[in-house]
Design a protein around this ligand. Structure first.
Ligand code: C6P
Length: 404
C-alpha cells in the first residue's frame, strides 16, 4: 500500500478539478485580454472562479481577490508593498510578525531589515501560537503592519486571528495573515475577522500548484509587485492563467462545500491515528492541543529517533511524511517551530509531520499505525541516543500531550 501523509506540503489535484481545467488548455485558450471571441470565451469561467473564491472565503463585493503565481508571491507582495507605501515615505518603520512564519514571510522580513525596517519576531507560547495580548504589547506608534499566519504549516495550530485583527483595528495598523494552511481546511469568513490582506495557495486544497491569491479588504491601495499590462485592474500584471484560475476556484468550492462534514471525517481519522501512536509508543508527544489544530495535522516527536531516519523507514514502507515544512526538509536542521515552542535541540530533531486529506482512507490509517510503530521500535533498538536520554525523558519540556 502507498500512503501520502504530506498534505500540508501539497495535495493531490482532485480529478474533478483537473476535469474543470482541461478545456482551458487547448480548446478555450485565447488571451482573456484579447477582444476577439477566442479571448472573451474564457470570461465566464474566470467570473465563475472569482465568485467561487469570494464565496469560499466569505469576502464582500467591496473586497478584491487577486490571483498570483503562488502564496510566496502574495506574501512578498504585501510585505514589500507595505514597505513602499507606508514605511519609505513616512515615520513608520516597524513590522510585527512571529518566529514561526513560513520562509516566504521570514525571508522577506530579513530583506526588509536589510533596508532599514525594524522587525519584531514574536515568540510563541508552549502551544505554538502567539496570543493576542502579546501582539498588542509589541505594537508601537511606528508599526505599519502586523503579519501573522492563520494556521501553522508544521503544527497545524490555529492563531487567534479574530482577536489579533481587533487589536490591529483599534491601533490603526494594517493586518496581513498568511492563510495558506487555513483556507480550504477550516472555516474562513472574511466578514467575521478584521484582516486587510490574506494570502492563499490552491495546491493546499486539491487545486493545482503555481497559483495563489491575495485577498485585499475594501480593495484598498497596494502598490503592485508586478508592473506591466493592466491585468486584474492593474493590480497584478501578467496574462491570466485561465486553467489554473478555473482550478483554484473549483478546488475552493469543493473544499468548502459541506465543510463541517469534511472536517469531522478528516479529524476522526487524524484522531484515531494520533491516539493509536500515543497509546502504543512510549516517550512520544504531539505538539499542541487538538481542539485548536487544523483537523488534518499531527506533529509528533519520538524521543531518541531522528526525524530523517524515521522518514527513511516510512518511505521504505511507501508512506510519505515530512520532518517539517517541505522547503526546509533538505537542511537536516532541527525543526525551527519545535525549537520556538521550547523543545531542546535533541527533541527538535525528532519531529515528524503527518498531514491527512479528505482522500485519506481508514485502511491507510491502519497501515500507517502498524508501520509507524514498527519503524519506531526498529530505530530505537539501534539508537544509542535513546538509551542515553531515556532516564530523563519524563522531563520533556514541551507542554503538549506527553505519554510515557
Ligand atoms: N508550505 C510546507 O511543506 P506556495 O507554495 O508558495 O504557494 O506556498 C508557500 C507557503 C506559504 N505559507 C505557508 C503557511 C505554507 O505552508 C506554504 C507552503 C509547504 O509546509 C511547502 S514549504
Amino acid at each position: 500500500m502507498k500512503v501520502y501523509l504530506d498534505n500540508n506540503a501539497t495535495t493531490m489535484v482532485d480529478p474533478a478539478v483537473t476535469e474543470a481545467m482541461i478545456p482551458y488548455f487547448s480548446e478555450i485558450y485565447g488571451n482573456p485580454n484579447s477582444l476577439h471571441t477566442f479571448g472573451t470565451a474564457s470570461h465566464p469561467a474566470i467570473t465563475k472562479a472569482i465568485n467561487q473564491m469570494y464565496k469560499g472565503i466569505g469576502a464582500s463585493d467591496k473586497d478584491d481577490i487577486i490571483f498570483t503565481s503562488c502564496a510566496t508571491e502574495a506574501n512578498n507582495w504585501v510585505l514589500k508593498s507595505v514597505w513602499i507605501d507606508k514605511i519609505l515615505h513616512s515615520d513608520k518603520n516597524h513590522i510585527v510578525t512571529t518566529e514561526i512564519e513560513h520562509p516566504s514571510v521570514l525571508s522577506t522580513c530579513k530583506f526588509l531589515e536589510d533596508q532599514g525596517v525594524k522587525v519584531t519576531y514574536l515568540p510563541v507560547n508552549d502551544q505554538g501560537i502567539v496570543e493576542a495580548h502579546t501582539v498588542k504589547a509589541f505594537i508601537t506608534e511606528k508599526t505599519a503592519l502586523v503579519s501573522i499566519m492563520w494556521a501553522n504549516n508544521e503544527t497545524g495550530m490555529i492563531f487567534p486571528i479574530q482577536e489579533i485583527g481587533e487589536i490591529c483595528r483599534e491601533k490603526g495598523v494594517l493586518f496581513h495573515t498568511d492563510g495558506v494552511q487555513a483556507v480550504g481546511k477550516i472555516p474562513v469568513n472574511m466578514q467575521e475577522v478584521y484582516v486587510d490582506f490574506m494570502s492563499m495557495s490552491a495546491h493546499k486544497f486539491h487545486g493545482p500548484k503555481g497559483i495563489g491569491a491575495l485577498y485585499i479588504k475594501n480593495s484598498q491601495h497596494l502598490t503592485p509587485l508586478l508592473h506591466g499590462g493592466e491585468h486584474m485592474g492593474g493590480r497584478r500584471s501578467g496574462t491570466l492563467n485561465v486553467p489554473y484560475i478555473v482550478g483554484m476556484g473549483q478546488a475552493l468550492e469543493m473544499a468548502t462545500t459541506n465543510m463541517e462534514e469534511k472536517i469531522a471525517m478528516i479529524a476522526a481519522k487524524r484522531n484515531r491515528l494520533e491516539d493509536a501512536l500515543l497509546g502504543a509508543l512510549e516517550d512520544v508527544m504531539v505538539v499542541g492541543d487538538r481542539a485548536n489544530r487544523t483537523p488534518n495535522t499531527i506533529l509528533i516527536s519520538i524521543r531518541g529517533v531522528e526525524g530523517e531516519g524515521m522518514l527513511w523507514d516510512l518511505n521504505n514502507a511507501l508512506i510519505g511524511a515530512s520532518t517539517g515544512s517541505a522547503c526546509a526538509s533538505e537542511s537536516l536542521e532541527a525543526n525551527t517551530v519545535m525549537l520556538a515552542i521550547g523543545a531542546d535541540n535533541e527533541l527538535a530533531h525528532t519531529g515528524i509531520r503527518l498531514s491527512l486529506s479528505r482522500f485519506t482512507t481508514d485502511e491507510e490509517i491502519d497501515y500507517v499505525i502498524e508501520r509507524f510503530e514498527n519503524a519506531v521500535k526498529r530505530l530505537r533498538a539501534i539508537s544509542s541516543s535513546y538509551a542515553i536520554v531515556q532516564p530523563t525523558a519524563g522531563g520533556a519540556t514541551l507542554a503538549c500531550h506527553i505519554h510515557h
